[in-house]
Design a protein around this ligand. Sequence first.
Ligand code: FES
Length: 133
Amino acid sequence: MTSPAARPVKIRNRFGSKPGVLRLEAAEITFKPYGVFTMAKSTITFEDINVTVTVPAGTRVIEVSEKVGSGITYGCREGDCGTCIMKVTAGWNNLTEPSVLEDKILRENMAGKHNRLACQAQVLGGEISLKPV
Ligand code: FES
């Protein structure tokens, strides 16, 4: 008796012209999960309004600060004008590295060591505290 796994299966080639036969010899196919994914979270404290929110990793500060009513102001939202400079008071390493463009804009605006552009900084996880400049 032929096991269900060894039963011939008619297949068609990609263009559907000549059918072929694929004989399955393996009795089982195992799907292995890639792992359990958990979305990293980060907490951002906006010191000017004393509000702390939890956000998923990858969130830009601009996305949250507007919703909670922080005093960080915005212009271009593309890392070009320097309007959204903020001071990161804690958790500096929990933000993405500044891009070359962001570094340039920060230098042009004579920003301090722990200043970032809120429209460019993305959270990586952990705790972050910041305030408008
Ligand atoms: S809003 Fe212009 S640089 Fe962030």
